[in-house]
Design a protein around this ligand. Sequence first.
Ligand code: ATP
Ligand code: MG
Length: 423
Amino acid sequence: MYTSSKPVIKPEVDEWIDHYPKPRYERERLKELENYNILDTLPEEAFDAITELAASICDTDIALVSLVDKNRQWFKSKVGLEVNQTPREVSFCQYTIMKGSLLEINDTWDSELLKNNPLVTGEPNIRFYAGAPLKTKNGNNLGTLCVIDSKPKKLDERQKKSLTALANQVVAQLELRHVAQKEKELNRLKTKFVSLVSHQFRTPLTVILTNAELLKLSCDEYKGHELSALEKYIQMITNQARKMVDLMNDVLVFSKTTADRITANPAPVDLLPLCKLLVQELDQIQTDNRVVDLEVIGDLPEVFVDAQQITNALTNFLTNAFKYSDKNPRLVLSLKPGWVNVTVSDEGIGIPREDFSNLFQPFFRASNVKDIQGTGLGLVIAKEYIEMNGGYVDISSVLGKGTLVSVLLPTVASLEKRPFAYE
Ligand code: ATP
Ligand code: MG
């Protein structure tokens, strides 16, 4: 009887079968499959037309577009089969994606590896299988286009070529679908963006206009007013106008990063003076005397980054730490082998657990921000900048207790040892 233990290796079956059939870049492969957003979606005509054609050309009962997920194979399209998925461990397609080219098994009963497979011993009683991998531009085999029959069979050259060509068509369809999806998402963002920006502009504009009116009135009757009243109105106008400029800048950077129009110009950077200057600037603009507590642990080597972009990213983390807390933010620099670790922490409102997965979505703001102002672009831009510079960012938080942002930036020395990291 078939068990779910590792398949027994029988060299006569094919030498390509690994002990544990998982492609070398399995994590990347699964990530790419996930990015296509196709698993568990409804049937689509474009794919069904291809499976129909494959079954007809190869003259088989069953044809499938099978996508090999972590623990299952899921059928985007199927002819002659009822089930939507089977466990990965019993799938034939796991072997095709390992082989990376057309795999044909003329009679499963002759195969030590497959003759006890439940899909052979039970429904749909597979005797014949041929599968062509769905290979993406990145070289990942996401699944297969396969044909299956309950009688032994042998494909002729024309059928083999057709099956491979049709598999390439499946990949082309997947890509088209992906592009369409991205466009849709972009349009959704655009609409959201327009409504959000118009909303965000309305408040400062109203304040600006009101204060300008007051200023005008005060100027007309200048003698009757204290100078401090005028200063107050001017300050309000300046603050609100600055807010709008900041917002516009964020929006501009965001649109450029999403359009891949910004690149990093990395150079060796000493982070300590950079952070000291940044802290000084931020301390100066606080209205409540709060300051950033800066701590440096050990001697820091130079990092290889775009200084301006990293400054911008850290500015947003620190601005958040000021904004979402009423205590001093902490900025700590320390060394991790190959990296400088920069952490920004606060003892503020924290982030609700259920909002975590959306933190890096444009315009997303957590449910507990109440009337604290923001656009929800800062983190997206900061993350983009850090990753563009070969770094990583990670956020952890406890609701009501505080938030910790941890950034890793590559040291110059580590990149010299990894000459291809910056190709
Ligand atoms: P802006 O685009 O002006 O920076 P924002 O601060 O709202 O606006 P992000 O910096 O992208 O946007 O942060 C997104 C959301 O993540 C915030 O709205 C807030 O809900 C949450 N957040 C970020 N940092 C913190 C923090 N230190 N403490 C609590 N919540 C935070
Ligand atoms: Mg922010």
